[in-house]
Design a protein around this ligand. Sequence first.
Ligand SMILES: Nc1ncnc2c1ncn2[C@@H]1O[C@H](COP(=O)(O)OP(=O)(O)OP(=O)(O)O)[C@@H](O)[C@H]1O
Length: 602
Amino acid sequence: MHSDRTAEEKRDQKAQMRRAFGLLRRAALPDRHHLGWAVLWLACAAGLEVIGPLLGKRLIDEHLLPRALDWTTMSLLLGGVVLTGWAASWLRYLQLTRLSGLAMRSVQRLREQVYGHVLRLPMAFFDRAITGQLVSRVTNDTEAVKGLYIQVLFVILDSTIVLVGTIAAMAWLDWRLMLIVVALMPFVLLIVWLYQRLSAPAVTRARQLRSDINAQMAESIGGMTVLQANNAEQRFAERFARTNADHYTQRVAEIRANAWLLRPALDMLNVVLLAAVIWFFGQRGGSGALNAAEVGVLYAFINYIARVIEPLIQITMQFSQLQQSVVASARVAGLLDEAGAPEHGKGAGVRKAAANAGDGPAIAIRHLDFAYIDDQRVLHDLSLEIPQGAFFGIVGHTGSGKSTLLSLLLRYYPARHGSILMNGVPLDDIDIEQFRADVGLVPQDPFLLAASAYENIDMGRGLPRARIEAAARAAHAHDFIAALENGYDTLLGEGGSRLSSGQKQLIAIARALAGEPRILLLDEATSRIDSQTEQIVQEALNELRGRVTIVAIAHRLSTIREADRIIVLNHGRIEEAGSHDTLMQIEGGLYQRLYLLQQLAA
Ligand SMILES: Nc1ncnc2c1ncn2[C@@H]1O[C@H](COP(=O)(O)OP(=O)(O)OP(=O)(O)O)[C@@H](O)[C@H]1O
């Protein structure tokens, strides 16, 4: 059982690795020539770093010790030591900027790709998605892919090249000495591993606390009105201070583990390595002085020891970071694997029928069945025809399926059984851009951007100003917009915080009308506004009558009283249908009861 699980975990990890590196490869593809060069130059830099001490050794062994002071060769050798060191750091720096550029461009590409993909996901995906997580996929997780570059390419690759080169040079100089150094190398790994084990809980906790700090900030800002109304500032400030203090403590614990364990132990190991090498030389020199020819080797080894330890530390330290980056990248890859909405698929262009291509009623619904979750049907065998230019109201109890019907009309979800036709053309056969241009929506929540009134009505469509103003006038929103200090250019604040609920709703109506839709869908557009604003909305709808087909869901029955036909839904079925007067005549009917109840409440 246990071994099954570990085998499965291993398979998971492998799959994650494959996904992460697949993503990395795809993101870097346009920059692959940079990548090849970067790796080549990194190898050159490492090579130069290995050559420096060899030149130093020659200077000592062949000139300084035997007192063969040939100044030209000596200057060349000395110059060589300086030059190789300088050229190595220069190359390293050049590669760093090249690879950083590549990493950042890849992240930029990836972020655009992920965001673009999210915009095309079917609505059913957002029913399951958690906004915060999705945002972090697009921002933090894509950034973690950059971590993969930095860790894998810069550090691990670079350190490995340096390590291999240095060990090879040591073996060439004196393989027994090299073996001593290599034999002590596992201790570096052990120390770093111990450090990571000791500091890991603090690191994880600090990371979690950092996200708590962010979450508390976001929550407090979002709920500021409730927070202040309940006099909760002090309590929230105290809670924040506690989290912040915990974060500080964890960070200190992490730094302490570094200061007390990692650095001293590694320095100690460095000294032990040096001592071991010197002792070995002492042994070989016997009781007498050191063999003169070996002083250069000693010099080169002392240089190399530092170069072996540092890359080893770097490689080991990167592993935990690397794991996190792999997990994050696998999450991004998983999101990209989510299938997009069918209308954005390849076939969409082929079936490019326009909404007005056919004839017939504006909307025809035939035997429509729908369920969000299998076996839990929300709409049952619904059939309905809405003529061109008609005003239809949809009413019913909470949960009766009104919004679901609207979502299907908007193509947010595909119908399970049955069909919906617009002007005689099945919805799936209508080009999506044409469809969106033909159908306007006024949602229950007006959703305003932190932008100007103009931008909120335009919604990125680049419509002429005159059309925006005309739409605002038709929605009876022009007067209050014009009265704002900068008119249409006045910034409305986050979520339109500068406006009243009714005004926001009128902006949303103006937004829908600005697209000059042939069909206008309203989802409880009057549920949050006062009676006076409701009358304005009614007037606006009346003015559109005949020109635009209107389908309005309304809790407030007064909004759709004037509708040509009112559809009463009950548990996903059409229970009654007719004009207000007809429906009021059905004694004990659902509509009559709903209407009388509302009148009583008023
Ligand atoms: N995204 C969803 N996933 C799963 N079930 C859903 C989803 N949206 C709605 N439902 C379910 O479908 C049924 C109909 O919901 P719908 O929102 O269409 O009702 P409604 O008539 O618009 O209600 P209200 O007047 O409260 O807005 C309800 O039982 C609801 O729980």
